[in-house]
Design a protein around this ligand. Structure first.
Ligand code: UDP
Length: 237
């Protein structure tokens, strides 16, 4: 059976890399994610990844402790470059070629973001990891995921979370909560469902780019999402 998508943009939060640790990068968690991504890449799906930085530094936390917000945000973006390098190296160990492109210039360590080149890499079957978010303070890596998703012509943004979709209520507090298989953008707004931050959500909605929320920690979930099976929640137009 063929995959449901030809090109996807996967958003991984920094926290996805830390597993049960308090901060930083947990190598065994990273290798698990890499194995899942390598599997869908082998199915012929082109994969772009936007990686967060929350496991290392968040601009809001810096600002809350008295830092200048823009400075703190640049530090947050630098944190995403570290995560991108760790992820790319884990792909190398797994025998998969991944390229990091950064929205902030950091020439000795990673390539700059060049859209055409990123698309070429994808066409060649390489994984492209987009680092440093949008390159601008006051934004998030969710917004970077929406932006890069639109730019590379991805058919879907896969938002990897700890919960396996969007529920009618918090499943940890309410045992009667049920998962939405699909929901449209207007319903997500009227039901006040938290999908992505408002800027990311608005960009996906305007550009008619669907979002699939799924759990990166559920075995086989990424593969099932890519095969178009009933996994996670699809937010559609
Ligand atoms: N950030 C930014 N501009 C961007 C993306 C990220 O300033 O376009 C900064 C911001 O400070 C953010 C940090 O980088 O807190 C880490 O990104 P994010 O919080 O989105 O990571 P995640 O929650 O996905 O781990």
């Amino acid at each position: 059976m063929a995959a449901a998508y030809k090109r996807i943009l996967l958003k991984l939060s920094g926290e996805a890399l830390m597993g049960d640790d308090a901060y930083g990068i947990n190598q065994s968690v990273v290798s698990g994610i890499v194995a899942d991504v390598a599997e869908v890449s082998r199915l012929g799906v082109e994969v772009g990844i936007v990686i967060g930085g929350g496991n290392i530094f968040r601009g809001m936390a810096g600002a809350a402790s008295g830092m200048d917000r823009a400075t703190a945000d640049y530090m947050g973006m630098l944190a995403t470059i570290m995560n991108a390098m760790a992820l790319a190296d884990a792909f190398r160990v797994a025998g998969v070629t991944a390229r990091v492109q950064s929205a902030l210039k950091c020439d000795q360590v990673v390539e700059p973001y060049i859209r055409g080149k990123a698309i070429r890499y994808l066409e060649e079957g390489r994984i492209v990891i987009f680092a440093a978010g949008t390159g601008n303070p006051f934004f998030t890596t969710d917004t970077a995921a929406a932006l890069r998703g639109v730019e590379i012509g991805a058919e879907v943004v896969l938002k990897a979370t700890k919960v396996d979709g969007i529920y009618t209520a918090d499943p940890k507090k309410d045992p009667a909560a049920t998962r939405y298989a699909t929901v449209n953008f207007d319903e997500a707004i009227s039901r006040n469902l938290q999908v992505m931050d408002a800027t990311a959500f608005a960009l996906c909605r305007d550009q008619k780019l669907p979002i699939k929320v799924f759990s990166i920690f559920k075995p086989g979930a990424l593969r099932r999402v890519v095969m178009g099976e009933d996994e996670g929640t699809l937010v559609h137009i």
